[in-house]
Design a protein around this ligand. Sequence first.
Ligand SMILES: Nc1ncnc2c1ncn2[C@@H]1O[C@H](COP(=O)(O)OP(=O)(O)OP(=O)(O)O)[C@@H](O)[C@H]1O
Ligand SMILES: [Mg+2]
Length: 364
Amino acid sequence: MISLKNVTKRYGGASGVAVEDLSLDINRGETVVLVGPSGCGKTTTMKMINRLIEPTSGSLTVDGVDVLHQDPVKLRRGIGYVIQSIGLLPHRTIEENIGTVPRLIGWDEEHINARIQELVEIFQLDREMLSRYPSELSGGQRQRVGVARALAADPPVMLMDEPFAAVDPIVRERLQDQFLEIQSSLKKTIVFVTHDIDEAIKLADRIAILNVGGVIEQYAPPEEILSEPANDFVKSFVGRERGLKRLALVKVADIEAEEGPVVAPGDPAPRAIAEMEKYGFDWASVVEDGELLGWVDRAMVESAGKVDPADARPFSSYVTAKNSLREALESIVTSRTRVAVVVTEGQRYRGVLTLERISKEIVS
Ligand SMILES: Nc1ncnc2c1ncn2[C@@H]1O[C@H](COP(=O)(O)OP(=O)(O)OP(=O)(O)O)[C@@H](O)[C@H]1O
Ligand SMILES: [Mg+2]
């Protein structure tokens, strides 16, 4: 969908080259994340794709069309762009900001309004916010408006330059989740820049790790960047805890849950205790007809003489097939039992995950 071939950018008067001989191919519907140190040429690369910056040499195609010989204004209307530092028009309302490109390409007002309402829903913006000006919004709200504006005319290609950089970690995580959800249905071709390697790992289909001068040190799916970093530069960029980061990419559904101690309401004490001992635990999950009711410990069973469902305590947390192993690990280390209990839809008991089992996934 996007292809850069031997692209070089030399700024007039600048001592070095910002981007030298960069070649990069991006597939249709793919999210490619560019990461690299400040000044390595990420923004320059983005801006060459929509010709806000003219390459000094090289060739560039978008959807098979040579963009260097296309009208740049027309090109830009077909590419959504979230610029670093958001860049909303300060003297236009939020509504006018979002409607900018649809208006430029001649949509009628009804169509534009319908689209704005749609984006308001998607990005959970307050309708009341639409008549305000950018300075009257919080940083996180502005950032959502910036992304909504870039998506307004439904362009097949999106360039997003650190779109979530200015928000706190909680809002950022929510925006990332929203991004993944929206992207799973819209399937845009996206080039995304970030300084945050965890954000890259979470959002990317492929990550390009760039060095000074736009030199690609590695271009691969997150999983591969973590398990087989190409060189020391990539290693240091990815940082420590590569194993832990990899856990964020593996879902509980991807591995087999282990067997754990299970008792049923009414089980006599000796049977329940034998079940606990079989696994070396002093507690067991209480499961009735496949449904997880909670847990009981040895003392409760001994004093009641049986498994009394009224004793069953809820697990403070459990994990589902959709959770990552990293979340399962969190559940393990914060639970009293040092085990993550796995359930599927409707509280169906599936088994447990232990630290030992998860450790096997860290080692690679
Ligand atoms: N208009 C310009 N004139 C001269 N040099 C420029 C210009 N814009 C950028 N540069 C230089 O080109 C190099 C790449 O800049 P670029 O903005 O692409 O970096 P970046 O990777 O986006 O950095 P950051 O992570 O800080 O946003 C830098 O050395 C920068 O100083
Ligand atoms: Mg930049």
